[in-house]
Design a protein around this ligand. Structure first.
Ligand code: TEU
Length: 567
């Protein structure tokens, strides 16, 4: 039985079909010392163009004390000297465009850094009007206890007592009864989005970067910005990644996550973007618990895309993948938005390692030597297969830097080099995200594998990076890198992103789809799981995630593999 899951689209705006490559600037390439920078990115634009991606999303490069690797912004209009200058950012935007690449920058509106001038003014004086721009509240029990019981995503309480800060320099600070809200680290105070000044400031920040030519924004914690102003207690378990909660059904929804009022903000922003035409886009990072809720973020007058984390967290099994793909397409089609397909980012264990664990799905927050070690061979094959499927699906595909090299997670980082606040705030119970943020290997026989010109790297790289370095893979026709290049070239040539998608045989132990587009032959896409399957006689293979025998009468696709073919 064949079922239509998604109709063919007319050619549309770039973001409806793009492969978007995430650059984590600290770890991509460095023209200087141990930390990556914008000139490093500029030096590798040719590589990215050759890879065949359409757009780059850069994690934050703004002025920041780097308490959360730049997701703690002290000045939204200034490039941190660690990454370069504003002139470098403008050069990057222009040169990326010359290479045919769009640029998406990260926007972190839920919180600022504690070094932001607003927060510094708020700390300095309990009567400062800047306190209203954040969530300062008197503590309970004469200031001894936090205003409510909320927990930080990174561990511990979500409130910090002003008087405990050594830098709260106002004359009255020692007696300051107030606490401030930080849903993430204490260095990341949450902004008060009910305040018109906050709203106005971010509209201006959007314009600032739009005027410099960026093609869009990735919006951090897009589901967190509005809080119930009553700040009621709420301490049920809420998994930030899956959005799942164990709160009983009769409990009110979370007072801090996914409040309906967030959508008003995105409508305002959409008006700003629309002033610049219909080619600039916003993508929501919103960890919400069902895809219909996610679809609300991409209604016609809100954002353009939302990260599809259901795909990322789906266990690697046929039923989970099948239902996630169906539901994702249905939910996004219902609001006219492209579906996105996300497998990795800078917050989760790399796909090669994650998919090699006994239990697949979202995976742990980091892997250490004493933890279960993945079967890297199996994880590698599954990661390639999942990406080959991903590139075939209609909509927009996200790829995290280094996935195209088949990089594993660094699973032996010594604790003393870790920087993720989640590691510290959980007192080491979670390893945290440093293992997926290790600087990329470019040249196998250079110090830091060619990551930096000085040979330094802010995190140590595992030995396995040597043979995975880009220069080795470039030279090897059968490398992972060349597979990805071929994959993206075929996706583009065959317009897979705008084709109709049919599901064939919803009972099989493997996935089987047909991509259909007026004017070209049907492309069949198969993803196997535990069992091998055979292709029909005479099938012409276009893309395969791993080597298997072709040309014989019977072509067998092994387990954990994906293939595109024409019958
Ligand atoms: O992440 C949102 C988020 O809450 C999770 O991805 C979280 O970081 C994860 O559960 C691990 O603890 C965004 C950014 O992607 C992330 O890098 C930032 O740390 C976070 O917001 C705060 O800005």
């Amino acid at each position: 039985m064949t079922v239509l899951l998604h109709r063919e689209n007319e050619p549309g705006q770039w973001w409806r079909e793009a492969v978007i490559y995430q650059i984590y600037p600290r770890s991509f390439a460095s023209s200087s010392g141990p930390i990556g920078d914008l000139q490093g990115v500029i030096s590798r634009l040719g590589y990215l163009q050759d890879l065949g991606v359409d757009a780059l999303w850069l994690s934050p490069f703004y002025l920041s004390p780097q308490k959360d690797a730049g997701y703690d912004v002290a000045n939204y209009r200034q490039v941190d000297p660690m990454f370069g200058t504003n002139a470098d950012a403008e050069e990057l935007i222009a040169k990326a465009h010359d290479h045919g690449l769009k640029i998406i920058v990260d926007l972190v509106p839920n919180h600022t850094s504690d070094q932001h001038e607003w927060f510094q003014a708020a700390l300095a004086d309990p009567a400062a009007p800047e306190r209203d721009l954040y969530w300062f509240r008197d503590g309970k029990n004469d200031g001894e206890a936090p205003p409510n019981d909320w927990l930080s995503v990174f561990g511990g309480a979500a409130w910090t007592r002003v008087s405990e800060r050594s830098d709260a320099l106002g004359s009255a600070w020692k007696n300051d009864p107030q606490w401030y809200l930080n849903l993430f680290d204490s260095s990341q105070p949450d902004l008060n989005w009910d305040h018109p000044k906050v709203r106005g400031e971010f509209r201006d920040i959007l314009r600032f970067w739009l005027d410099r030519g960026v093609d869009g924004f990735r919006v951090d914690v897009a589901h967190g910005m509005v809080k119930d102003p009553e700040l009621p207690d709420w301490q049920f378990h809420y998994d930030m990644v899956s959005g799942a909660t164990d709160a009983p059904a009769d409990i009110p929804p979370p007072p801090q996550w996914n409040r309906p009022e967030v959508h008003d903000i995105y409508r305002e922003w959409r008006e700003v973007l629309d002033e610049y035409g219909d080619d600039r886009a916003m993508v929501a990072e919103a960890w919400v618990d069902d895809i219909e809720e996610l679809a609300k973020y991409v209604r016609h007058d809100e954002m353009h895309q939302a990260f599809n984390f259901d795909f990322l967290v789906a266990p690697f099994d046929v039923n989970s993948y099948r239902s996630t793909i169906r539901q994702s397409l249905a939910a996004m089609d219902a609001v006219g938005a492209p579906t996105t397909w996300v497998l990795s980012n800078h917050d989760v264990v790399r796909a090669v390692s994650r998919l090699g664990l006994r239990k697949t799905g979202k995976g742990p927050n980091g892997i250490r030597e004493e933890d279960e070690q993945p079967d890297i061979d199996r994880g590698f094959h599954r990661a390639l297969a999942a990406h080959v499927l991903q590139a075939a699906l209609p909509g927009s595909a996200y790829i995290y830097q280094g996935e195209e090299l088949g990089l594993p997670e660094h699973m032996a980082l010594p604790d003393h080099v870790r920087e993720d606040p989640a590691f510290f705030r959980t007192h080491g119970a979670e390893a945290g995200r440093d293992g997926c943020r290790v600087p990329l290997p470019w040249v196998s026989d250079e110090p830091s594998y060619g990551f930096s010109t000085t040979g330094e790297s802010w995190l140590p790289q595992p030995d396995s990076f040597g043979k995975l370095a880009a220069d080795q893979q470039q030279a090897d026709a059968n490398s992972t890198l060349n597979l990805y290049r071929h994959l993206f070239a075929e996706r583009r040539r065959l317009h897979m992103a705008r084709a109709a998608l049919y599901e064939v045989d919803d009972k099989a132990a493997y996935l089987h789809y047909v991509s259909r587009l007026t004017g070209r032959d049907d492309v069949h896409v198969i993803l196997t799981f535990e069992q091998a399957t055979e292709l029909p006689h005479g099938a012409h293979v276009l893309v395969q995630s791993r080597e298997f025998e072709g040309g014989n009468a019977v072509v067998t696709v092994p387990p954990n593999a994906a293939v595109w073919y024409t019958p």
